[in-house]
Ligand binder design. Sequence first.
Ligand code: TXA
Ligand code: MG
Length: 315
Amino acid sequence: MDHASQPVTLAADPRGIAEAAALLDAGALVAVPTETVYGLAARADRDESVAAIYRAKGRPSFNPLIVHVASLAAAQDIALFDARALRLAEAFWPGALTMVLPLRDGAPVAAAVTAGLPTVALRCPAHPVIRALIEASGLALAAPSANRSGGVSPTSAGHVVASLGGRIDAVIDGGACEAGLESTIVALRSDGSWQVLRPGPIAADEIEAILGTAPVPVTAHEIEAPGQLASHYAPGKPVRLDVTTPEADEFHIGFGAVEGDVSLSPSGDLVEAASRLYALLHEGAAQGLPRIAIAPVPDQGIGAAINDRLRRAAA
Ligand code: TXA
Ligand code: MG
């Protein structure tokens, strides 16, 4: 499709969703809100539409995509679910958990989605807009975060247009994303072990409570989720962490008692901080000041995922 012009902005209502579903059916790229971040969706079963995602993002072809479905049954058409996977689906779906599972033989998923891996990443999101879109289109949707590769993920339709305008067909404006951080990615291994490939809104403890065993740490030489590479989430200018007293040329993002020019959460609420993190990184990127400084954020609960993203933004 012709991406030279700005994307059409669609309302998050039945008419907008019907229009988006028709676009996806025809192979187009549509950005869509989820409860974590905005995704850049295309039908997962066609090589050309999946290739268009990689092109629009400037994403390396070895970095596989998450497939979004509206039900466990649809997920089971694509991947093999063992008892552990079923327990996690029951506990956390629909929601901000992505599971990496063995790809089913003959699954209706373009090879580019998995970048040739024998596994596939699956998520059943909770946000009503992407759920309605999956149902209206009857498609499984491949959707990475709707930003240029390596940049800060979008939590509003405005962020999407700023990053991908001129490269995609449409964006559904569903307002700000509630969680604000990408889903937790868990890989269930055939030897019975499991790993957290990307920390996120669902904490490792919560998953451990369901599975009954501790995760095996991911070592540097076995990184298979390139979202785990250091130079991700970069706002395009230097970022300094754990700053209580900023320099004069720094845009200061505060937290709790550290006030800053803006604050992740004046009351020190980590869930609020997660939901505001990317919007404030986008704001810092757009400021005249050449550098960004960020107050310390405690590492508890979703704070671990916030600090994971901050370390990458600063790398
Ligand atoms: O919250 C989210 O997960 C958002 C929304 C749109 O759903 N999506 C998202 O997608 O963050 P993306 O493409 O930005 O990140 C997906 C991550 C990448 O780091 C990729 O390497 C990893 O998932 N991944 C995908 N398939 C995989 C697989 N088979 N094995 C290991 N990692 C995989
Ligand atoms: Mg991403």
